[in-house]
Structures are given as structure tokens and as C-alpha cells.
Design a protein around this ligand. Structure first.
Ligand code: ACK
Length: 886
């Protein structure tokens, strides 16, 4: 038919499989040459006119070369049956293609059919005449193939075919280098839709970035879906799919795209393959600096530094350094040092000094240094630093020094106001000295007002850091603020602290204003449940009681009254009425602090259920006591237990159910006032001393209002706590005096502390609150002379005589006149003209509020000629040295 078999074509992605036709039954092999005289073969069959054709053409064994899927491309011509002369009864226009996978041939029956092949175009006689060859190309795929090879066969059932070429091939994904990863030549899978995943290998000097690179080989021999990639190692760069070393002077630092870079300024790389460049001498790199950043230097010192002092604050300001070292992260550090006096060098400022915004790493060119000490020299070192300062030697850093002297300043605010004991009408507040007193604190001002009633407030001045605020309403909230004053003026008030007074009902009485009248009436002759029968105060002055009730009830509708333990038939009952029994396991005795009349006085912690442990004083009753001694010992507790005042020693309770019997009271760190003053001779300011006196007077006012006469008021019977708060202690009746070594038997019997006692009490045992006022005058004198013994070494008889002759103690050394006048008032012969404790508190408050009134000291003519508080020799210099009151 003139058809030619063309040489097999080799496509890029396909690999041809070679075979030979080995067997042809009914097919003819036609050998020809093409235009170029190259031999070509065609296999033809054309038995269209003969019925029952079954002509087979077999290929030889064809190796798959590992392919699981092969393609068969057929080129052939096919004669149009209808164009055949003489009819086409048996003529066919298709042929069949088969395959067989086993090596040994086993006859056509074992072949599997691939497909029936029809021609797209068939030729006719006319075409032949015109020498037109209508060549058909058909491709079929075959798979999955499981063996090493296969046979193909073509079956003709009566067509006119010329098979010009049969090309068998498979496809492969060819070796590929992509993203620096090498993917090997890969045979696709057996299924048409299958993707074969292939892991690539990074080319030399490259590394996988994140994950191993992968690609997928499709059945069509195409690489699809790339995942991951490789990058050149640091010191290498990518050139045409390979990694090449960076040349000298260049570097590449990171596992990322991009080529080698030139070393940044002030750095170099002598060798090739550099990952980093080294800094030139005196240049540095911060580890956080990017690789492409130049090497840099520490900055030079700040310029034009100036200081501006405002009281105890200093504002420091400067300009940026000339040399920032090539960096933008210049910061400033300030070193604050206090210049110690007398050339003792410098001391770093403590944590109390504040730097605004901060001390180190200041980004601005100014800083405020606050809370310095007043009137103090400081030296500030100002240092500029940047991100490479730490890498440079210390001597490369340059400082600027600023010397500054602070000014006078008011004290800083009191930071914390605490509540101490609170009663129905009083609250004790205490506070710590301001953090920065900026001088000697002259006084404190306590401002208080009832909550939400700020328009009406009260200010009390005090010298101490504790104060009892009285005259408050029960069950009411009060706001307190405290401020300190130095010679530089007042500091700011503390923030507001809210404290509450106790409810108006108490253990003894609960009477409201409406009930007042009723109470007055009932009092006249009725029994009160707690009073046993009637109001009996066997050894108290009836006048005093009256005054007390009259005044007290008018002032304090809910006033409590002292009840004489003698009104109890059983003294034990009195103790337990007024004193709480404490379990002995709650107390531990740690130290002996002194000796009392009945036994040792000890101290130790008290742990009451639900309360924080606190220190207490423990008076013990020594072993072998008589019943009378036990009663006398506990007597004091029965009295003390009735009092609740910040200036009266507070009873915690008693231990009577075990031995030794104990009385537990609050612990007073500074012990008794007389020895405390002697120990601290000349150490207190007048205001502090007046503050102590005020406390004692306030305690005595309370006792007098309760109808209690102390009889032994003296500095030795006052205790002092760590806040310098003075509290009256040592209670009892005549027994107190028995205990007092100062007490002396008078001609009328009974022991009396002559030097402290009013003449009428010495003469005819007329003990009243007015005689307590006399004693208070003596205590004032003791306090102002730092524990001097009243009347020095004079005998009691001489004292009685001198006093009787109207001579009075002279004003102590450096004693403010106003105080001496108050003492003298207390020593009025006529007891009714002596001031009441209430008035004494008022006078002292006024003096504290107006400290200038204390400036005027006692006129020297009032003072004993030879006496000073340092010189304890007798001040009794005969009449001339004494003050004659009348
Ligand atoms: O002067 P002083 O140290 O204080 O010595 C006496 C001693 O015990 C005998 O009375 C001291 N003292 C008494 N009561 C207390 C107390 N509540 N707190 C501290 N010390 C106390 C007193």
C-alpha cells in the first residue's frame, strides 16, 4: 500500500521500550525504503473478501524496565469497507490489541484485550489513486504491569490494515534540582491518578530549611506539589543551584535567601566562607545587633550637665554626647552618692531616694532625683551608655560629675496611721515618724472629723507619735490625718484613715440621753445589778463622787463608775467580775523584768485564741502566800480591770486557777517613768515631755471621772511604752501605800508617800482627786527635772514643815514657765482651788498647740540656785532658794 514504518521517536519525558515482531499469522511484513533509502517495515493484512479471518501479529518479549504503566502508540492506515469493489460482506474496519505478561508464550487464548482500535480516518480507492495516505495515530495505556515484561498482539478479524509504527514507552519524572534540593529520576506509580512522593536531598553546603524538601511524581512524568526547600549554609550563597563560599570581605550569616553581603562598616572578613565579620579594634557588636549593622562604639560623656535643686529634689539635665558611637540606643545612668561630713568620703544613696523616670537606662536627657535628705551634699555621676558599653572596657566610659547641696524641706507625709485602743468616746491613734523628716520634728498635727462631716474638724497638736482623741461619739466612724512639722514647716497630711469608736453600751451601764434622768433618779437610792446594793465607796470622798457624777453624767451619758471591790463579800468574785481568767497554757514567761511586793514581775508572749500573739507583763504571787496576801495581790486586778483608757495600764486578765497566781497586763517597753527619765537625762524636747505629762493627766482625768482616787501618783508608778506613751499603774487602796517604799507611817497611822502627798492627806487622810492633783504637780516636777527626787535629800519631816510653811519646789532647770505655773497651781494649799484634771489636760493641750508659749523658761528667781538636772546635789538652799507660794 506504500505505507512506511517510521523509526521510533524518543520523547523527552518518555522512554521507549524496544521489541521485535516475532510472529505473524496472516500478516505480511513488507520491507521498503523511505525517501532517504532508509529501510522501513510495515505489517499489513487485507483479507476482506474472505470470511472468518483471525490473523495475529505478535511482538517479541518487551521488558518494562521497571515501569508499571506503559503507553502504546499505534500508527496505521485502514481501508474504508464501503469503498471496496464487490461488496463488503465480511469486511471489518477495526482490529484488536492484546497483551500478555508471562515470559512463556501460551497461545492467543491467554492474551488479555487492551482495546479494539478503530480508525479515525479510513482510506478509499480514490485516495490510493491520489497517493494520499490517511495515517491514524492511536495511543493506549497499559497498567498496572506487575512483571518484568510483556507481549503485545494485534488481531485482525477481516480488515484492511497497514500497521506503520508501534511505539511502546513509559514516562518518568526526570532528575531535577529545585530549591537547592536534588530529586532523583523517578518512575511514576501504576495508577493514572497516583502521585509518588519523593524526598529531595540538599545539594552540597546547603541545609533543609524547616523540613526536608519533597516533590510528587505524577503518572504523566511531571514533578508536582513542591514542599520545603534547602538553603545554603551560612558563609555560602546560591549560584546556579549550588552553594558557593562567600569571598573575602563578604559574609553570609543566616540560613535564608540572599547572597553574600559586603562586611558592614568597621568590620572585616579575611577568609572566604565567613559567617560573620569581625569588628575593628575599639568597635563592638551587641549580640542583638543585626548582622548587617556596622560595628559601633560606646558613647562619649553627656554634655552641658546642669542641676537644679528644689528643696530635697534635684533636677538633672544634660545634652546628648558628641559621639553616640554610631548607635541610636544611647541611655543614661545616674549614680547618686551622699557626701559624708568631715571628709569621710561618699556613700551610695539608699533605696529611699527616688529617680523619675528611673535611675538607669534613662532615655531622655533629664531626670528628677527626689526624696533626698535636706541640707546635704550629694555627688551625682552621670554616664552615657549604649548597646555596646558593656562590651567595652570600663575605662572607655566617660562620666560627668555633678555636685549638689539640697535645701531645707518640710517633712514627708506620715505614711501610716494606726488605731490603738478605742473606747466609746476615744480612739488612740499612733503613727511612725515620716520616712524623710528632713529635720527635727517639732510636733505633729492630728486632724480628725466625723466621717462625712469634714466641714467641722478638729486639729490636735502633739509631740508624740501616739495620741488619744477623746470626746468622740460612740459607734461612729472618724477620719484621721496626721502631718509633721519641722523648722521648715508642715509636711503634707497623711492619707485618710478611718477608725470607729465602740458601741455606746458597755459592761456596766447603758444609758442614753433619754434615759439620763431616769438614771439620775434611780441612782439616788436604788440598786444597780452590778453595784450590789447602793453606791458605796467606803474609802472615797463623797464630795468627789458627787462632782464626778454631776460632771460626768452631763458630759458622758454612758459613764462608767469605779466600783470598790470591797463591796463584794467574796473578793474572788470581784476579781472574776472585772478580770478575765486566762488559761495558763496561753502564757510563756521569758524574762524577769523586776521585783514587785508580791513576787517577780516577768514578761513574755500571750497567745489568746483568735488573737495575734503579743508581749505582756506578768506579775506573780510568790509561793507560800497567805490567803490575805492572795486577796491583796488580786485586789489590784479587780481595780485595774474596771478601767479602759489609753493612759491607764490595761489588764489582760488573771491566772488564779493554777499556781503561781498571776496578773497579766500590757507590756510597757520602757518600764517606769522615773528610771526611764533618769536613763535619758536631757534627751527629750519640751514638747515630748509635755506630751508625756498630757498622757498622765488624761489617765488621771479618766480615773477621777470614774470616781477613783489613786493616792500614790508618782513617776515610779507611771509606766512608759515604746511610743513614749505614759500610763498610770499601781492600783489598790491603802495597800498600795504599804507596798510603796516611799510611803511612811504618819502620826495618824497608815503609810503615806510624803513628798507626793497633799498636806490635807498627810494631815488627816483627806485623799481626793484634788490630792491626786497635788501629786500630779509633783510628777510634773519629776518629769521636767528628768527623774530628780522631789525635795532632794530633805527628810520627810523637813518636807512636811517646808510645805506647811508654804514653800514649794523650785522650777526645774530649763522648765517652761507655763508648766511651772501649772505645777504651782496643783500645789495650792486650798484643795478646791487646785485645777481639776480636766483643766490640766486643757492647759497642756493649749501649750502643745501653741509651742511658742513654752519658750519662756522659769524665771531664775523661781529656781533653786544650785540645782541643775545634771547636778543632783540638794537644791534646798534654805528659804532663799525656795518658792513661797503665798
Ligand atoms: O522600772 P521598771 O523596769 O518597770 O521595773 C519595774 C518592775 O517591773 C517592778 O514593778 C516593771 N514593770 C511593772 N509592770 C510592767 C509592765 N506592765 N510592763 C513593763 N514593765 C513593768 C517596772
Amino acid at each position: 500500500t506504500g505505507c512506511k514504518i517510521k523509526p521510533l521517536l524518543l520523547l523527552f519525558l518518555s522512554y521507549s521500550l524496544f521489541f521485535f515482531f516475532s510472529l505473524s499469522l496472516g500478516w505480511e511484513e513488507i520491507g521498503e525504503v523511505d525517501e532517504d533509502y532508509a529501510p522501513i517495515h510495515t505489517y499489513q493484512v487485507c483479507r476482506v473478501l474472505e470470511p472468518n479471518q483471525n490473523n495475529w501479529l505478535h511482538t517479541g518479549w518487551t521488558q518494562t524496565q521497571g515501569a508499571q504503566r506503559v503507553f502504546i502508540e499505534l500508527k496505521f492506515t485502514l481501508r474504508d469497507c464501503s469503498s471496496l469493489p464487490g461488496g463488503s460482506g465480511t469486511c471489518k474496519e477495526t482490529f484488536n490489541m492484546y497483551y500478555y505478561e508471562k515470559r512463556e508464550m501460551a497461545g492467543e487464548a491467554r492474551y488479555a484485550k487492551i482495546d479494539t482500535i478503530a480508525a479515525d480516518e479510513s482510506f478509499t480507492e480514490l485516495d490510493l489513486g491520489d497517493r494520499i495516505m490517511k495515517l491514524n495515530t492511536e495511543v493506549r495505556d497499559l497498567g498496572p504491569l506487575t512483571r518484568k515484561g510483556f507481549y503485545l498482539a494485534f488481531q485482525d478479524l477481516g480488515a484492511c490494515i497497514a500497521l506503520v509504527s508501534v511505539r511502546v514507552f513509559y514516562k518518568r519524572c526526570p532528575l531535577l534540582v529545585r530549591s537547592l534540593a536534588r530529586f532523583p529520576d523517578t518512575i511514576p506509580g501504576s495508577e493514572a491518578s497516583q502521585l509518588v512522593e519523593v524526598v529531595g536531598r540538599c545539594v552540597n553546603n546547603s541545609l533543609a530549611l524547616d523540613e526536608a524538601p519533597r516533590m510528587h511524581c505524577s503518572a504523566e512524568g511531571e514533578w508536582l506539589v513542591p514542599i520545603g526547600k534547602c538553603v545554603c549554609q551560612p558563609g555560602f550563597e546560591e549560584v546556579n543551584g549550588t552553594c558557593q563560599e562567600c569571598g573575602p570581605g563578604f559574609y553570609r550569616s543566616l540560613l535564608q535567601a540572599g547572597g553574600c553581603s559586603k562586611c558592614p562598616p568597621h568590620s572585616w572578613a579575611r577568609e572566604s566562607g565567613a559567617r560573620v565579620c569581625s569588628c575593628e579594634p575599639a568597635y563592638y557588636k551587641n549580640p542583638a545587633d543585626p548582622a548587617n549593622m556596622a560595628c559601633t562604639r560606646p558613647p562619649s560623656a553627656p554634655r552641658n550637665a546642669i542641676s537644679n535643686v528644689n528643696e530635697t529634689s534635684v533636677f538633672l539635665e544634660w545634652s546628648v554626647p558628641v559621639e553616640t558611637g554610631g548607635r541610636k540606643d544611647v541611655r543614661y545612668n545616674i549614680l547618686c552618692r551622699r557626701v559624708l561630713p568631715e571628709g569621710r568620703g561618699l556613700e551610695e544613696c539608699g533605696a529611699s531616694v527616688r529617680f523619675l523616670p528611673r535611675r538607669v537606662g534613662v532615655a531622655n536627657t533629664s531626670v528628677m532625683v527626689a526624696d533626698l535628705q535636706s541640707h546635704t551634699n550629694y555627688s551625682f555621676l552621670l554616664d552615657a551608655v549604649n548597646g555596646v558599653s558593656l562590651m567595652a572596657n570600663d575605662h572607655a566610659r566617660q562620666y560627668v560629675t555633678l555636685n549638689v547641696t539640697t535645701n531645707q524641706a518640710a517633712p514627708s507625709p506620715v505614711s501610716l496611721v494606726r488605731r490603738g485602743a478605742s473606747g466609746r468616746s476615744s480612739i488612740t491613734v499612733s503613727w511612725a515618724e515620716p520616712d524623710r523628716p528632713n529635720g527635727i520634728i517639732l510636733e505633729y498635727e492630728t486632724k480628725y472629723f466625723e466621717k462625712e462631716q469634714e466641714s467641722s474638724y478638729t486639729i490636735i497638736k502633739s509631740q508624740l507619735t501616739e495620741m488619744v482623741v477623746e470626746g468622740l461619739k460612740p459607734s461612729s466612724a472618724y477620719i484621721f490625718q496626721v502631718r509633721a512639722r519641722t523648722s521648715a514647716g508642715y509636711g503634707a497630711f497623711s492619707r485618710r484613715f478611718e477608725f470607729q469608736t465602740s458601741p455606746s453600751c458597755d459592761y456596766y451601764f447603758c444609758i442614753t440621753t433619754q434615759q439620763h434622768q431616769l438614771y439620775m433618779e434611780s441612782f439616788a437610792g436604788c440598786c444597780h445589778p452590778y453595784r450590789r446594793c447602793g453606791y458605796s465607796k467606803a474609802k472615797q470622798d463623797p464630795e468627789e463622787e458627787k462632782m464626778h457624777f454631776h460632771n460626768g453624767l452631763i458630759k458622758y451619758p454612758g459613764l462608767r463608775t469605779y466600783i470598790d471591790p470591797l463591796t463584794y463579800e467574796d473578793p474572788n468574785q470581784a476579781v472574776h467580775e472585772f478580770a478575765q481568767e486566762i488559761d495558763v497554757s496561753s502564757i510563756s514567761i521569758e524574762r524577769i523584768i523586776g521585783a514587785g511586793e508580791f513576787g517577780e514581775v516577768c514578761s513574755g508572749p500571750l497567745r489568746l485564741p483568735g488573737k495575734r500573739e503579743f508581749q505582756v507583763a506578768i506579775k506573780t504571787l510568790k509561793a507560800g502566800y497567805s490567803e490575805q496576801q492572795r486577796r491583796d495581790f488580786l485586789w489590784e486586778a479587780s481595780i485595774m480591770g474596771q478601767f479602759d483608757h489609753p493612759n491607764i495600764i490595761h489588764l489582760e486578765g488573771v491566772i488564779t486557777k493554777s499556781k503561781p497566781v498571776m496578773i497579766i497586763t500590757e507590756y510597757m517597753e520602757n518600764g517606769s517613768l522615773d528610771s526611764f527619765l533618769k536613763k535619758n537625762d536631757g534627751q527629750f524636747t519640751v514638747i515630748q515631755l509635755v506630751g508625756m505629762l498630757r498622757g498622765i493627766a488624761s489617765g488621771m482625768r479618766y480615773l477621777s471621772e470614774m470616781g477613783y482616787v489613786h493616792r500614790d501618783l508618782a513617776a515610779r508608778n507611771i509606766l512608759v511604752n515604746s511610743n513614749l506613751v505614759c500610763k498610770v499603774s499601781d492600783f489598790g487602796l491603802s495597800r498600795v501605800l504599804e507596798d510603796d517604799p516611799e510611803a511612811e507611817y504618819t502620826t495618824r497611822g497608815g503609810k503615806i508617800p510624803i513628798r507626793w502627798t497633799a498636806p490635807e492627806a498627810i494631815a488627816y487622810r483627806k485623799f481626793t482627786s484634788a490630792s491626786d492633783v497635788w501629786s500630779y504637780g509633783i510628777v510634773m516636777w519629776e518629769v521636767m527635772s528628768y527623774g530628780e527626787r522631789p525635795y532632794w535629800e530633805m527628810s520627810n519631816q523637813d518636807v512636811i514643815k517646808a510645805v506647811d510653811e508654804s514653800y514649794r519646789l523650785p522650777g526645774p532647770m530649763d522648765c517652761p514657765e507655763a508648766l511651772y505655773l501649772l505645777m504651782m497651781d496643783c500645789w495650792q494649799r486650798e484643795r478646791s482651788t487646785r485645777p481639776k484634771f480636766d483643766e490640766i489636760v486643757g492647759v497642756l493641750d493649749k501649750l502643745i498647740r501653741n509651742p511658742s508659749s513654752l519658750k519662756k523658761l522659769v524665771n531664775s528667781s523661781h529656781r533653786s540656785g544650785g540645782h541643775t538636772h545634771n547636778n543632783h546635789q540638794s537644791g534646798y538652799t534654805g528659804e532663799g532658794g525656795w518658792v513661797n507660794w503665798e
